[in-house]
Design a protein around this ligand. Sequence first.
Ligand code: BT5
Length: 316
Amino acid sequence: MNETRRAVLDALADGPVAGPALADEFGISRAAVWKHVEALRDAGFEVESASDGYALAGLPEYGGAAVEFGLDAPFNVEYHDAVASTNDRARELASEGASDTVVLADRQTGGRGRRGREWSSPSGGVWLSLVLRPDVPPARVPLVTLAAAVAVTDAARDAGVDAAIKWPNDCIVPRRDSERGGDKLAGVLTEMEGEASRVSWAVVGVGVNADVNPDKLAGDATSVRAEAGGVDRRAFVQRFLERFDELRDDPDAILGAWRERAATLGQRVRVDTADGDVVGDAVDVTEHGALVVETDSGREVVHAGDCQHLRPVDGA
Ligand code: BT5
């Protein structure tokens, strides 16, 4: 949303305010005020006009303007009812120079997981990608991904879900009887471009099964709706973005926050890597996002792979 429209919206929220007063305040014509009000109505804002002026009477349930309104983090949000993949659109925006932009969709028709896998993205989920320009070398980007996993876990917990992180960056609801450690609520897919010394851009894609039926999803999936009843997606996305913004401003706190929320640490795990399986006790995560596994033949640091939780280390 452009700055004037956003300012008009804020004024309406504090309204009633008369059209001519708005025109004076923002140095625009009355016709321009009217255009902003109509555009806000088109975006789903309920704007009442009475004899004492315009006032905001209701918010759209979801969408870019809805998420931006009242958001305490510096992101612009581009919303789509449907898009192939928010990561693809975010990459396009990144190559055009965008920064701190969020691509948000109600539905994806070609959602992507890691290693070329498919990501089911029916209507009702939270499918979003952040376009970021972190001023760091590529080796520091995993920290951004860890921050996204922490932020999504916190947003899920606030929504009433007993969520935890599963390495590398899944958000799960832990279940004792599950081979994969639990049912998957959300996943993160980070992509970037840059040189050895500096990242040009990073796109952090986050998919959350929010207001969807898990039967419609691939794999052992769950959703916020299935775990906690309904979900306010606008509040969920705002909470996620605000928490993510807090963490990126305080990078030293990210690793500790990740460890605190990790279901994987303290588990016996099997990690399927490009060089074969690594089996052992998961003891830590590094700032590069690697999992430290204590195996029978010593400590291994695993950078990428799929992780299965076998059982807690203490056998409990
Ligand atoms: C991930 O991959 O967990 C990363 C998912 C990232 C999705 C977001 S949505 C917004 C943005 N735009 C995109 O196109 N992608 C990102 P991975 O760890 O590879 O998990 C994929 C596997 O999870 C699949 O092979 C299925 O088994 C399972 N799966 C697919 N869809 C799922 C869903 N909605 N919920 C839970 N599990 C799912």
